[in-house]
Design a binder for this molecule. Structure first.
Ligand code: GLA
Length: 403
């Protein structure tokens, strides 16, 4: 099977060698070298609901960031990227403003952890990734959480896991300047092998939901650029807020779309205009689909999963308007391919990836169909990843390395 090799990155031995080359002065004590792995994530369902106090059902996946590092006492962070050799550094006592590069996710995490009162150490590191960048699979959240572990000297960061995820979200919101919700940092922190994670973004209650053994997760990357993503994402947030404000004008107890059902929304429809109304219809119906999807996963009801994913994709395309011709093409191909249970866009949209539930052992048919049909429809070369639901961020050991 070629499929499984998609998620296999450079070995930890290769990363250790790269560390020795990048930081020769620190390579004299190889036993202090540590490795932290932070997964990417797919969202099974519950899209654009997290910043509306709603429900989400993501899973951490086997595409991941690996960071090899040695903690230091000099308050300096210096790290490089295995793929390109690009280097970045900053001082923990003078982090400075954002630079507009990948280093912002590391520096922003340091900034947010210091703000939360977490004691930090410097480190030297080398980072490798099997998460395609800019694909909507949360490579930025993975860098943030891997950094949090390295900045904590390789110990469990001194914050409750949910507070840690929130600190990483704050890094992204207030330092990097992206107004994301909590879902990505939550999934990258809490991931559990073989499980999706059901989070209530209002109460922050969450629990793992076992995935049926008979399905596997296939991610199809549209390879299409996501240029307008940040401004369009922020516009969607503002449109949801406009819908809430219109409802709250006559129902003051309403503070988010979580408080609104379709009947309540209808009563205020005239006050809000068609676009906020359509956005709200998506969010309200998507919260209901999360609950139904959890039940369908537990019952192994594949027909219900097909219907729910299709309804989510249609709602994101028609009411929330975050799909693209490329994502629609990928979902169309999947829906015609035998063995595919369910398909929809995943993450923010505007490009990026689809998530597919496929009968175990039948992912090859989807890969073949996408590789055959997608380039002719779009002029783009897709990438197909068969992934497993994986554990959240934590230290990993080299096979054969001692205790
Ligand atoms: C991005 C954001 C998340 C969430 C999704 C849409 O991935 O980072 O917080 O809003 O979009 O569901």
């Amino acid at each position: 099977m070629t499929a499984a090799t998609d998620s296999v990155g450079p070995s930890l031995d290769a990363l250790a060698d790269a560390f020795a080359t990048a930081h020769p002065a620190f390579a004299t004590a190889p036993e202090s070298l540590r490795f932290v792995r932070a997964p990417g994530r797919v969202n099974l369902i519950g899209e654009h609901t997290d910043y509306n106090d709603g429900l989400v059902l993501p899973a951490a996946v086997s595409l991941a960031i690996d960071l090899a590092f040695i903690p230091t006492d000099d308050r300096r962070v210096e790290l490089s990227l295995l793929a390109t050799g690009e280097r970045g550094s900053f001082d923990l006592d003078a982090i400075g403003p954002r630079r507009g590069t990948w280093l912002d996710y590391v520096a922003g995490t340091a900034w947010a952890l210091l703000e939360a009162g977490v004691p930090l150490r410097g480190f030297r590191g080398v980072l490798s990734s099997t998460i395609p960048a800019g694909a909507g699979l949360s490579s930025s959240a993975a860098i943030e959480l891997a950094s949090a572990w390295a900045l904590s000297g390789g110990e469990t960061p001194a914050l409750q896991p949910m507070r840690l995820a929130q600190a990483a979200q704050r890094a992204e919101n207030a330092y990097v300047g992206v107004l994301c919700g909590l879902m990505d940092q939550f999934a990258v922190t809490m991931g559990r092998a073989g499980h999706a994670l059901r989070l209530d973004c209002r109460s922050l209650d969450w629990y793992p939901v076992a995935l049926p053994a008979e399905v596997e997760i296939v991610v199809c990357h549209s390879s299409s650029p996501r240029r307008l993503e940040a401004s369009a994402y922020n516009a969607r947030r503002a449109e949801c807020a406009a819908a809430v404000a219109a409802v709250a004008a006559r129902e003051p107890a309403v503070t988010s779309l979580r408080d609104v059902d379709l009947t309540t929304l209808e009563r205020s429809r005239e006050r809000m205009g068609e676009i906020p109304y359509a956005r709200a219809v998506h969010v309200i119906s998507e919260n209901a689909r999360v609950i139904e999807t959890e039940a369908a996963l537990q019952a192994g009801d594949l027909e219900a999963l097909r219907r729910l994913f299709a309804a989510s994709h249609a709602s994101l395309r028609d009411s929330f308007e975050v799909s693209s011709p490329e994502l629609d093409a990928l979902v169309g191909i999947a829906s015609r391919t035998p063995g595919v249970v369910a398909a929809r866009l995943t993450g923010a949209g505007f490009g990026g990836c689809t998530v597919n539930l496929v009968e175990r052992g039948r992912s090859g048919a989807l890969r073949d169909a996408v590789e055959r049909d997608y380039p002719g429809l779009t002029g783009l070369i897709p990438r197909v990843f068969v992934v497993e639901a994986a554990a959240g961020t934590g230290l990993v050991r080299r096979p054969g390395a001692g205790a």
